[in-house]
Each structure stands twice: as C-alpha cells, then as structure tokens.
Design a protein around this ligand. Sequence first.
Ligand SMILES: *Cc1c(COP(=O)(O)O)cnc(C)c1O
Length: 333
Amino acid sequence: MQDVDMWHRAVGEARLRIADYAARTPVVLSDPLSGQLGHPVWFKCEQFQPMGAFKIRGAANALVALRDCGQLLGAVTYSTGNHGLAVACVAQKLGIPAIICISRHVPDNKVAALRARGAEIVIDGESQDDAHVRAEQLAQERDFALIEPFDDPDVIAGQGTIAAEILEQVPDVAQVVVPVSGGGLAAGVGVELKAQRPDVHVVGVSMEGGAVMYESLKRGFPVQMPESPTLADSLQGGIGLDNRWTMQMVGEFVDEMILVSETEISQAMGFLAVEEGIVVEGAAAVTAAWLRRGEALSGPAVAILTGRNVDGTVVASLMAEYTGTRLQHNPIP
Ligand SMILES: *Cc1c(COP(=O)(O)O)cnc(C)c1O
C-alpha cells in the first residue's frame, strides 16, 4: 500500500520544480470521439512538450531535485529515446554534461535528435537491459547521477503532474486513459488521481506484442519478454526484474489494463492525423485506439497523448491508408 497523501505532496513539489522546464500542455476536445462515445472526450496534448514528449516532466523533477541538494556533476541514462532526449534537454539547460546509453535498435531519427542536444551517445548492446548495465557502469566511473526512465519516485511524481493539470482543466473528468510501458506515467498519474478524485476510472493501454507490465501484473512478478516490432516503439522494453515502485503502483492505482493491436494503432494514428490534425507517435495513439473501440463507458474521458517523435514518412503513409479506407466506406458521389 502506498501513502497516497505523501505522493500528492510530492506531485505538488514537482510542479514547482519543473515549471521552468516543462509546459502546462493544453487539452482539446475530440468532436469525432465525443460523438461516437456519447460523452466528452479530451486529449491531453503532451506531444507539445519540449522534445516532443511528457518525459521532460520526470527528468526535470529528478534532475532539479538533485541539483537543489548540490549533488549533481552530470547525468547518465539509458533509454529507447524520449527519456534520453528529456534528460539531455534538462541537463543542457542546467549546464551539466549528459551521457545517453542506447541499444542498437533505437531508430535513427531519435539518435540524431539526441546528438543535436549535445549529449554524449553510447550505442551498445541489443536491448534496453544491456544499455542499463552500461549506464550503471558509467555513472560509477564518472560519479554522475543515473536518471531512471520510470522506476524512481522523483520521475513518477514528475509524471504525476499531468494528472494535477487534468483535474484543473477537466474538473468533471470520470475516466483517464494512459499508455503503459515501464509504468512511471501510469503510476504517477494514477496515484495523483486517486489522491484527489478516487472515483476517476484509470485505464492503462499497451500494445499486444510485448506488453510487459500487463503480463507481469497477471503473473504477480516482473517478467521478461522478447521485443517484437511495433508502431508503439516508445512502449517497448521491460519493467526491470528488480522493479521497486511502478509495478506495485500500477497494480494499485490503474483500474483496468487494455491491449490494442498493431492495426488498431495504425488506424488510430491515421485517424488522429486526418480527422483531428494531430500528429503523434504510436505509443501515444494507443489511447485513441482504445477509445475508438467504443467500449469506454465513463465520461468525460481524457486520453493522454504522450509524444510526437515519429518519422514523417510513417505518418504520411498511415494518413493515405486511413483516407483510402474512409473513401471506400463513404465514396464521394
Ligand atoms: C515513455 C513513454 C510512454 C510510456 O511511459 P512509461 O512511464 O514508461 O510507462 C508512453 N508514450 C511515450 C511517447 C513515451 O515516451
């Protein structure tokens, strides 16, 4: 059992710490989804954050907390992309060096963006786990702070600031839909919602292939799973076999876990771009994919759109595909 009030205070402190680094992102109403579901559906637009994803919140909270204790020589992390970008961005603003360890499989557009942020990039190993080991070594060698991507109280509290904003922006919210990978986002958002409004229904969504948190919760202990290719590449990776915080918190504060297929994710990305003028990566579109099924009963609902770091050619082809399918079903006379 977590001390919900303690977490609520930590989220309040995080809001003050991250104010100079992260944006208070807007919420926008979705006309098509509100019409389909019969209650208002809002998007919480974290894709507009600096570096294009909500990860800036957790990274800023963790780094500024360490800076305020006077313990910060530099930052090192391991990441499939967005967390690494966020650490690099905040480190640059704080004037300290950053080292990012990534596996060979991180897409080229993300590697280029990391380099552009002045971070030192170490490409090593086949998986996030290999990159993790390397990051721990480097943190030891150089006496830098290792900033965990999700399983850390300051990172979780930083991500929880999204929920505090949602409660101000949509005060009558009844359901919040959140993508789940390592679970830092879902843990922070879940605990802050339960602290302030325990009646809000919290839904976590992952992709069908490699939903590690989903499987771990089902079995009752952290599992490892092979990675399979997915449009939701930011949701890939394990939860850590020695998971300390997020698995227990997601189990306690997320009411329902949903898996969506690759087809649903690609259609949701096309839908968001064509119908809503919103370009997001697959990891963000899983929330819209779930809502598009029409099974989300409680409303008003808020879907967190977590990031926009996706190759433009991918979005372009999904838009063309979506438009083609729509024309088949509703031919122009
Ligand atoms: C990291 C990330 C997620 C998942 O967050 P977790 O805290 O790992 O569950 C979702 N969407 C995007 C775009 C991300 O970068």
